[in-house]
Write a protein that binds this ligand. Structure first.
Ligand code: 8X3
Length: 256
């Protein structure tokens, strides 16, 4: 069989690079020889991560702070300016309460980070990509954007936004060669649940106990696959579950 011609992105910006998915993405793309721009909110975590990747360019800001985001992107050195792949990975779930009991601040944070942060970052990077007629945006969606579940409320909503936003971007980007992919992982064993349960490690552990969940490296391999296909191929959506996860069916309320 003839060797398949793969594509290697040159400069890759990973948001939320200090999280479990982000670290796995950094490792995967660094191994392929890509130049990395690593974003994080915590200076200490970002510094620790960059010790592993001394050639990487760190950018430290809160993803909800539009001005800091703009300033950081404007200040990118020439060698890192032409972002070829943006992985919009920064995002979170907060809470699993019923909508009528949920914490409004949790809802607002999810909307600020997962919707507004992702949309702003995309807008700031997209102009250059469209102009150069080259680039790829990979958004981290979720199965939560496809299948609603009890307690998912706003998290399901923001991930549905990410999916539809990704698809709509493709429509706008017709003729630019810029690719857009929504990667939609299901259950993945990371700090995701610890964050969702506001630091309750014991509760988070129960989510993954006995399940053969996806690991961050599994998602990294999938993202890497989509990013390294030849430029004429666009994976629109990539939904991934562990084999141990499947569908529960619709619930029916019955009279006693
Ligand atoms: C993570 C998947 O099922 O916990 O985005 O919402 S789930």
């Amino acid at each position: 069989m003839a060797e398949y011609a793969r594509y290697t992105p040159s400069t890759v910006l990973i948001t939320g690079a200090t999280g479990d998915f982000g670290k796995a993405f950094a490792e995967r793309f660094y191994a392929a020889g890509c130049k990395l721009i690593l974003h994080g909110r915590s200076k200490e975590k970002l510094k620790a991560l960059c010790q592993q990747y001394p050639e990487a360019y760190p950018v430290c800001f809160d993803i909800t702070d539009k001005k800091s985001m703009k300033d950081a992107l404007t200040a990118l050195p020439d060698a890192f300016k032409n972002i070829d792949l943006l992985i919009n990975n920064a995002g979170l779930a907060l809470g699993l309460e019923k909508a009528y009991e949920a914490n409004l601040e949790d809802w607002e944070t999810m909307i600020d980070v997962d919707v507004k942060g992702l949309a702003t970052m995309t807008r700031l990077v997209l102009g250059g990509m469209a102009q150069r007629k080259k680039g790829h945006i990979i958004n981290l969606g979720s199965t939560a954007g496809n299948y609603p579940y009890a307690g998912g409320n706003v998290y399901c909503g923001v991930k549905a936004f990410v999916k539809q936003f990704s698809l709509a971007l493709r429509a706008d980007l017709a003729g630019t060669n810029v690719r857009v992919t929504n990667v939609e992982p299901g259950q993945a064993e990371t700090q995701f649940s610890t964050v969702r349960f506001h630091g309750d490690e014991a509760r988070a552990k129960k989510v993954y106990d006995g399940a053969n969940s996806l690991q961050a490296c599994d998602v990294a391999e999938s993202v890497f696959w989509a990013a390294t296909l030849p430029p004429h191929m666009n994976i629109n959506r990539l939904e991934i579950m562990p084999t141990s996860q499947s569908f529960a069916g619709l619930s029916v309320e019955r009279k006693a």
